[in-house]
Design a protein around this ligand. Structure first.
Ligand SMILES: [Fe+2]
Ligand SMILES: [Fe+2]
Length: 348
């Protein structure tokens, strides 16, 4: 039921308003003779229409409106101001302050009812619109979240498919995503980049699906020719992921292509150097090697952590971006937490 707040310091006026408003069925009127009390009440109660006398002891009508508008949820409540015959000029200020309509004392009952009815109708329409807008926003939010979720799942499964052919464990790619995310956070990049690389980094070796088993699964050392084929996984991964509209897959393509580049230009496939290597590629070069050295692989035992970190330090400016190595060493406590959370023992 719409709630009408009526404020007038003259009780006879208030009674007159109430009488007139009775003609409108289904509204509730809350009459107040002091503006202070009315303000207090309005703080805690919803209002659909405010009828306010201009000339009252402080706060007067204009001051009341100013405070009323600032209360939560009151900014769009329609307001009718009642003025005396000689208070004409106050209307200009009042309009500026958000008063919607005026009535002159003594209020004409027909006019009064018509204005109240119109403004309440307007109010109802606005509330419905706001509710619809709210529902739409909610719906958009839900659908976006769903798409995000579906995309995430697709990427995850794509990565899983590639791992079926690889000797590395499933948790290697998950750990890499987390390491990369922590590193991106450390160097001050925004949350969206952190979340993107978390999903994109695990795709770094997806191109291995294009490498023949005889090479990919070979026990022992690869011949130089086999090694050349093996290197092809970087470009193959890029070919699989390139030209996507998804920011995550775009970054995945970038990482696939550049995660074997080295800071001094001696890497592959393009032999890029320094900052011409995409940042995501420089990050994944570091986190990939870090995790590989720390893990047991069929051809080698896991290295102890201090040796791995020493290896990173030695690789500064050669294999790795020096700034990234420093940042990565600084976040070791968090990195070790991830390592424990996604250990290979967990995966087995
Ligand atoms: Fe790789
Ligand atoms: Fe890897």
């Amino acid at each position: 039921m719409p709630k009408v707040l009526a404020v007038d310091d003259a009780i006879t006026n208030l009674q007159a308003y109430e009488r007139i408003l009775k003609q409108l069925k289904g509204i509730e009127v809350f009459p107040y003779t002091t503006s202070r009390a009315a303000l207090l009440w309005a703080e805690d109660n919803p209002v659909d229409l405010l009828i306010i006398d201009y000339n009252m002891p402080s706060p007067n009508g204009l001051e009341f409106v100013e405070r009323f508008k600032k209360m939560g949820g009151k900014a769009d409540v329609p307001i009718i101001m009642i003025t005396g015959a000689r208070e004409h000029e106050v209307r200009y200020t009042a309009f500026d302050n958000g008063v919607d309509d005026f009535l002159q004392k003594p209020a004409d009952p027909v006019q009064f009812v018509a204005r109240v009815r119109n403004l309440l109708k307007l109010r109802e329409r606005e509330l419905k619109l706001a509710e619809r807008a709210e529902k739409l926003t909610e719906e958009v939010r839900r659908v976006t979240a769903e798409i995000g979720h579906a995309e995430e799942e697709t990427i995850f499964r794509l990565t899983r498919a590639a791992e079926f052919r690889d000797k590395e464990t499933k948790n290697h790619t998950i750990r890499m995503g987390h390491y990369a995310r922590l590193l991106v956070a450390r160097i001050g990049l925004p949350t969206v980049t952190q979340e993107t690389i978390l999903l994109a980094a695990p795709m770094h070796d997806i191109g291995k699906v294009a490498i023949p088993d005889s090479i990919l699964l070979k026990e022992g050392k690869l011949t130089p020719e086999e090694w050349e084929v093996m290197k092809g996984h970087a470009r193959a991964g890029y070919e699989i992921l390139k030209n996507s509209e998804s920011p995550v897959i775009q970054m995945g393509a970038e990482i696939a292509l550049s995660h074997h580049e080295k800071y001094d230009g001696s890497g592959y496939p393009q032999g890029l150097a320094g900052e011409t290597i995409p940042l995501s590629g420089r990050i994944c070069a570091l986190t990939d090697v870090f995790d590989a050295l720390l893990s047991d692989r069929p051809y080698k035992k896991a290295w102890p952590l201090h040796e791995v970190l020493e290896n990173l330090r030695k690789g500064k400016g050669q294999h790795f971006d020096p700034k990234l190595v420093d940042a990565f060493v600084e976040i070791q406590p968090e990195i070790q937490k991830v390592r424990r959370m996604f250990s290979d023992a967990e995966a087995a």
